[in-house]
Structure formats: C-alpha cells, structure tokens
Ligand binder design. Sequence first.
Ligand code: SF4
Length: 260
Amino acid sequence: MTTLTDTATPAAAVTRRPVTGFLHSWDLSTGVDGPGTRFVTFLSGCPLTCLYCHNPDTWRMRDGKRTTADDVLAEAAKYTKFISAAGGGATVSGGEPLLQPVFTGELLHRLKHDLGLHTALDTSGFLGVRATDALLRDADLVLLDIKSRDRDTYKKVTGRPLRPTLDFARRLADGGKDVWVRFVLVPGLTDDPDNIEGVARFAASLGNVSRVDVLPFHKLGEGKWAALGKDFTLRDTPSPTARQVATAREIFAAQGLNAV
Ligand code: SF4
C-alpha cells in the first residue's frame, strides 16, 4: 500500500526559491525604531518624496542591493541574544517597506518565528493595501507616520494624498494592532496647532495607539539631497525649539495620548 508519506517529497528535499528584495542597509538602533535596541533593515524604494526626508538615497529601489532574506536573517541572528536581553527586537523600515511586500512579509515572519524577535513595521501607510493580513500578523507593532492631518499639507509634504494612510490606520485599529504614531514637527510646515490637533484627535479616535513620537525636524540629510542633485527646499527652515516640541507633545497628551 502506498501512503501519503511515501509519495510526498521529503520536506528537506523541497528547494524553496530564496525570497529576495532590494536593501539599502541595516543598522542597530535604540529608542527610535520601536522598543529597546533593534536590528533595523532599511529597504530601498519609496513612493513619497517628503520635503524633510533625511534618507533620499533610499527613494529608488534599483539603488539598493538585491539581497536574500536568508542573508538578512543571518546578519540579524548575530545580535539576537543581545537584542532579546535588551528588550528589543527587529524593525523593517525604508524607504517604504510595503513597496516590497513579499520581501517585507518574509523578513517579518522569519525575524519573529525563526529568531523569536519582537517585530515592527515602519511605514507611511500610503501602500497599506499591499500589506496582507498575514504580514500584519507577523508585525507585533506598526510605526505609522502620519505626516499631517490636513490634506493639502500632507500633499505638500509628501507629494501624495493622505487618504490611504488614514484608511490603513483604521484597518490597523479594527485589527487591534499596536501602533506608534510618528509625527515630524517642521516649523512653518506641519506645526500649525490645528494640524497637530487634527493628527492628535485622529490618533486618539483609533484606540490602538500606545505612543506618539514627536520628531523634531533636522537637516542631517541635507548633504544627501545635494549629492543626488536634488533641491532641499527646507534648507532655511530651522529645527523646532524645545518649547515648540513640548507644546506639540502637550497637544497630543491633551487627547489622552502618550506623547514622547
Ligand atoms: S516616507 Fe520616509 S523614506 Fe519616504 S520620502 Fe518620506 S521620509 Fe523619506
């Protein structure tokens, strides 16, 4: 009698095509890309063109290095013990990781299940429709950039419409996914109190936002814009003062949010 086991290809003999994607770089970071010390992979390619982007060298996918998920996992595995002991995890960032949803999904799945790490997806949400439910299940946390609540300002900042990000935020809320909202405070661009309050009210209405990072605008990426022959239009824009940052955090806190 032939059994299923007899005819099935032994698992070890199945050759699975390696999942590949375009990677800009990886790094270890603490405090800004999720809880604890994290192994952060920066994927290449982004559909947005944020005026304050400090990594415009990630914008074109083809400028990244084609890399296998195996290679990324092997690199992350070197730090697993240290990261776990430090209460950290792994974050898939960019660029925009959802521009490469298969690669991103594979990384999140294996970082979580093969290495046992806490996982985070760092996204603008613009391509949220490309995130499958399975991909989201493998992300313990989503870092969601809401760059403005005002449609015109969002378009001015990113070159793209706001709606997909709001839709994605609501989907994450419906699924009870833990979310940290990230908001970049840019004097003269995103710092209108009505705009900040709009983001705060929206974030508070979701019910799943455990933290808001108010990130002060800086110009550390200005040199990259010049190297790419791109015009950095915010060159004369100052960083916000400590008082301006504190005021923005107070606006979020007034909506019951944990703003840092
Ligand atoms: S979404 Fe991020 S990577 Fe893309 S342009 Fe904006 S700041 Fe840069």
